[in-house]
Design a protein around this ligand. Structure first.
Ligand code: ADP
Ligand code: MG
Length: 674
């Protein structure tokens, strides 16, 4: 017998090699394996003739292999295996990537059941890396697992079976809770999520596992919240905000003032503030942070601001220096690329309390960064950090007040649940005088005209961006494409203009220089990759051309477009794309017709599906394996109520009955992210 904590290598059939493959799927223990849920199910009771199989959807077909697979070495590290299959009426071309094992299993003349998506290439039907098994194995609902090189779905299925048959599975949900919400016991749920006895069982199993995951999440969040409502030594009773307003070059919006007032009120208390500042790109979140930093400094406390990239940290540093240039507030910058000697000095100054604000990247959470009196912590674009990184920075003070800023527009009701450990301020208003950005979508043939339009703006003293095509998952290629485009433009169409280049792989020094030159107007046109996506602020830049716009996601395009329209001049965004497919067209149309971040986020959700949108990248919460915050809102609310009730009755979840639950919440929240 196994416990769920047993190392996976004690399973029969798991040696060094298999263990490594499993590790790639995040499976190290028996529990990990049991919680590796099928991606989809292959319902073999629904086998269809090839000719009737829906395209681009998962289908099961029964077909004979016409000949053994042929091997094609495409390039180093990439081998294709191809063959044809038929059900007597229609043909499908099969391709496997780097999967010799699968290819060898297929025997000429034998019949198999294939499961996967059929696509059409011209008039030819194709199937790529389907799962399959001998047609003789009988019909049932079968799990299809995420696969990795050398480890296919069937092999995983066998391991899962073995684990289920041999593991002692204790249920972390107390019996009373299960009864109140009609939830299956864990063993039964796991059995049915992997090997459903029928559709009803499968959906009940799902509900139970989603409930479990979400209640862990809710309990964890509520616990964080109660942790956060300890007392703080950083009380800032005096309000100097009005002084700061006087020094500002612009009038703050009402939304900004409201957010500042809400925060200042929190910060005057002995309970640490924990607030999310949500505002669309360009709504002026930085000025809110600046007012609060000012107030903290005047109350005798230091502040720290953490940004996700060096480029952004650098820019914030300059912005804050500018905000505070007529004050006695010292600002310093600390990032990974700060030279060691300078770092040492800066750290000493921070420790002695000589600087009132440190702007930086992850470098700020290193162990040896010590503050004299850290009272206020700001994280920008907070969805790029995990909850743990946030708290690591806070740990450098005596429960300092925290503000996290984000442009990710999450529907409000959901935000309150996801960020239940946070209070919320929303900037729902843009600075005065902002003009709507005009957005056009054109095809490549009109590129010259678009460039001509850019030129016209440059001649008028404005600046612009040209965003290079996104090369997915290949930074090297992206860099080549950026450099190529840069040379082409600088020596071609924009000869005689001052053109700059910025991409992620540049040395920190060079990035900084490229950005400085652009910010100060020394370069007029910046050819850039998506490194400008977050936060870059150059109000004189009024025109942006995005190449291959179809390769970007909606939210990303919205973020990119947010780099223009930041000053008093009319701005224009031109999306270039030759993509014909309807999804790309729909995305581009959305960009052309809307500028509202919330609407765009909604549309993005519809197109990409919530799993993607609410992946951990977006909010810094633990990854969810089965629950989906968007479509499982009903269970989300249910678990919320259950968690609140449970904690009201038993705040620390004491007692035998809750022991497993306590452990599970800890594992999800406080260990998984380290
Ligand atoms: P984001 O919310 O996207 O971080 P920023 O804080 O970078 O936006 O602000 C965008 C631009 O608007 C900056 O150039 C900033 O100086 C300017 N800005 C902020 N608040 C105001 C305001 N109330 N009036 C005019 N300009 C403002
Ligand atoms: Mg910003």
């Amino acid at each position: 017998m196994f416990s769920t904590q047993t190392d996976i290598k004690y399973l029969k059939g798991v040696g060094e090699k298999r263990a490594k493959q499993l590790a790639k799927l995040g499976v190290f223990t028996v529990r990990d394996l049991l919680y590796l849920f099928p991606r989809v199910y292959e319902d073999q009771s629904k086998i269809v003739p090839i000719a009737q199989a829906e395209l681009n959807e998962n289908v099961s077909i029964r077909a004979m292999v016409c000949r053994a697979c042929t091997e094609y070495k495409v390039r180093k590290g990439m081998t294709l295996y191809k063959t044809k299959i038929t059900d007597g009426e229609s043909m499908v071309n099969l391709t496997f990537f780097n999967n010799k094992y699968a290819a060898m299993q297929l025997e000429q003349g034998e019949e198999y059941i294939f499961f996967g998506k059929i696509t059409l290439n011209g008039y030819t039907r194709e199937m790529t890396s389907p799962t399959f098994e001998s047609a003789e194995s009988g019909e049932r609902i079968k799990p299809v697992y995420p696969q990795t090189m050398g480890l296919n779905s069937r092999a995983l299925e066998k391991l899962v079976r073995q684990a289920l048959d041999n593991a002692v599975i204790d249920d972390p949900l107390p019996e009373k809770l299960r009864n109140d919400y009609c939830l299956m016991p864990l063993r039964q749920a796991l059995e049915n999520i992997h090997f459903p006895a029928g559709e009803d069982y499968m959906s009940e199993a799902r509900r139970r596992l989603i409930f479990e995951e979400l209640i862990f999440l809710q309990l964890g969040l509520l616990r964080l919240k109660s942790k956060n409502s300890r007392t703080t030594a950083c009380v800032m009773p005096q309000n100097f905000i009005e002084d700061f307003y006087k020094a500002l070059p612009f009038e703050l919006t009402n939304a900004q003032k409201r957010a500042i007032a809400q925060s200042a009120e929190d910060m005057a208390k002995a309970v640490p503030m924990n607030r999310l500042l949500q505002g669309d790109v360009g709504s002026g979140k930085t000025a809110v942070a600046a007012a609060l930093v000012y107030n903290a400094a005047k109350n005798g406390f230091q502040s720290a601001l953490m940004a996700p990239t060096e480029v952004l940290a650098q820019q914030h540093y300059e912005t804050f220096c500018n905000f505070f240039k007529d004050t006695d507030i010292n600002v310093t910058l600390l990032t990974g690329s700060t030279p060691a000697a300078a770092k040492k000095k800066i750290k000493a100054r921070i420790a002695q309390g000589e600087v009132a604000l440190v702007v930086g990247t992850h470098a700020l959470i290193q162990k040896d960064v010590e503050f004299k009196s850290l009272g206020f912590v700001v994280t920008d674009e907070q969805h790029r950090f995990g909850v743990n990184q946030r708290s690591a920075l806070s740990g450098k003070g005596d429960c300092p007040h925290t503000l996290v800023m984000s442009a990710t527009p999450i529907p409000r009701t959901l935000a309150l649940i996801i960020y239940s450990d946070l209070d919320l301020s929303v900037l729902d208003e843009f600075p005065k005088g902002r003009q709507k950005i005009d957005t056009f979508s054109i095809d490549g043939e009109k590129r010259e005209r678009a460039y001509g339009y850019v030129k016209k703006h440059l001649c008028e003293g404005r600046q612009g961006y040209i965003v290079c095509p996104l090369v997915e998952q290949d930074e090297e290629l992206e860099l080549v494409s950026a450099q190529e485009l840069y040379s082409k433009l600088a020596d071609g169409f924009f000869k005689g203009f001052r053109v700059g280049l910025l991409h992620g792989k540049m040395k920190a020094e060079d990035k900084k220089e490229a950005l400085r030159a652009f910010a100060q107007g020394e370069t007029q046109l910046l050819v850039s990759t998506t490194v400008i996506e977050v936060g870059i602020d150059v109000p004189n830049a009024v025109i942006m051309v995005v190449e291959n716009a179809e390769r970007f996601g909606l939210s990303q395009l919205h973020q990119l477009r947010g780099r223009i329209g930041r000053g008093k001049h009319k701005s224009t965004c031109i999306l270039i794309s030759d993509a014909q497919n309807s999804e790309a067209q729909r995305r581009l149309h959305t960009m052309v017709t809307t500028s509202d971040g919330f609407k765009i986020a909604d549309e993005d959700l519809k197109l990409r599906g919530p799993g993607d949108f609410f992946g951990s990248r977006q909010h810094g919460l633990p990854d969810l394996k089965i629950a989906d915050m968007m479509s499982d809102t009903f269970i989300l609310n249910e678990t919320r109520r259950a968690a609140v009730a449970m904690l009201n009755e038993n705040p620390a979840l004491e007692g035998e009955e809750y022991a497993l639950l306590r452990k599970a919440v800890n594992a999800m929240f406080f260990a998984a992210q380290n």
